[in-house]
Design a binder for this molecule. Structure first.
Ligand code: KG4
Ligand code: ZN
Length: 339
């Protein structure tokens, strides 16, 4: 007879502009994943307004928690732990989810688990692909992070490279804002780039003197801005689709170059992608083609787990639960938390 008890975790994610709650069973079995997005609210400002974000989180956190429990068919009393994103993110936003998690942990007398948002993005892969084998190379490309990691197993990892300035997603957002395309930048640039010629403008790629796996995108951002200014000064036509396609191609060239370099260096069984930029189909397709020649499979989370959600926090939180990596009730949000 199998007496192993199922572990139910309620996970909360409020690091930026999505209020999300999920219930997971034994980590990777997602019983519910509710996301209330604030994109419409922030769109008109061209970016997330922190004060507005935290107010909206306050308004939505309780209904979203109730909805996630109801959809999962799990009662609060059945929960084994409550997990919440503790960083990185906007401090006011993080506080809302973390305070709710602390309250529930105290009232229900279950452990509190503080989860790193970036780890959550990585674990989203294991939700979508429980068969995934380690060691694995992981590229995390979001609005705040661009990290290249080596996971020996699910519990230990090494940082191989990271961005020295802007994150890849941040570059998409800044260029989209500069070209007045809207927010968030990634999806609008991806869409517009389909109509453009990626070879139209040869933007420079960051080059480092040392043999590093680090990234840099701020030079590219400046190059795009300078290019547009020059075109305007010369009274020449600005083809936004060509710029979007050329910019996007340059970002992907730089990302792919380092993934291949790392794959040549480390012995891995697979490569995984995490973060919002991993939703870009062009990027996935190009990287997949490059890796096929190395016989390395590429995994990425299903679309719904690529952007911010609480299921990924529940999945990462489960492995912390197994390690008894619990937080005290005085856990504070860490806006600049790194891996
Ligand atoms: O992981 P995420 O949802 O939030 C965090 O930053 O943690 O990532 C959001 C970032 C934004 O910068 C957005 O512009 C970018 O991911 N993004 C994309 C795409 N969808 C979202 N970038 C390129 N192509 C996309 N399709
Ligand atoms: Zn995120």
């Amino acid at each position: 007879m199998n007496c192993k008890k199922d572990i139910f975790i309620l996970a909360l994610e409020t690091s930026c502009d999505e209020t999300a709650a999920a219930v997971t069973r034994n980590g990777l079995d997602i019983l519910s994943s509710v996301v209330s997005s604030q994109i419409d609210l922030h769109e008109k400002f061209g970016g997330v307004v922190p004060e507005l974000a935290s107010r909206k989180h306050l308004e939505f956190i309780n209904p979203v928690i109730e909805e996630s429990l109801a959809q999962a068919g799990v009662h609060k009393e059945e929960l084994d732990a409550v997990a919440a994103t503790c960083g990185p993110g906007l401090v006011g936003s993080l506080l809302v989810g973390l305070s709710a998690a602390k309250t529930l942990s105290f009232l229900l007398d279950v452990p509190l688990i503080g989860v790193n948002h970036i780890l959550g993005h990585i674990y989203a892969n294991f939700i979508s692909h429980p068969e995934l084998q380690t060691p694995v190379l992981c590229l995390t490309v979001s609005g705040g992070h661009t990290d290249l990691l080596y996971f020996e197993d699910l519990k230990s990892y090494e940082i191989l490279g990271r961005t020295r300035d802007d994150a890849a997603g941040e570059a998409f957002d800044k260029i989209a804002r500069f070209l007045e395309l809207g927010y968030p930048g990634g999806p609008v640039i991806e869409k517009l780039a389909r109509e453009g010629d990626s070879g139209a403008v040869d933007f420079p790629r960051a080059e480092f003197k040392d043999d590093t796996l680090d990234f840099s995108f701020s030079g590219l951002k400046t190059a795009v801005i300078n290019y547009v200014h020059n075109q305007r000064q010369k009274d020449e036509k600005i083809n936004k689709a060509d710029i979007a396609a050329s910019f996007q191609k340059t970002v992907f060239d730089m990302l792919i170059k380092n993934v291949i370099k790392a794959a040549n260096k480390m012995e891995v069984k697979s490569v995984v992608l995490a973060g919002g930029v991993a939703a870009n189909e062009k990027f996935r397709c190009r990287l997949e083609n490059e890796l096929t020649s190395k016989k390395l499979p590429l995994f990425y989370p299903e679309r719904k787990y690529c952007t911010d959600n609480a299921a990924m926090i529940g999945a990462a939180g489960y492995y912390q639960f197994l390690n008894r990596d619990f937080a005290a009730l005085d856990l504070n949000p860490e806006p600049g938390l790194r891996l």
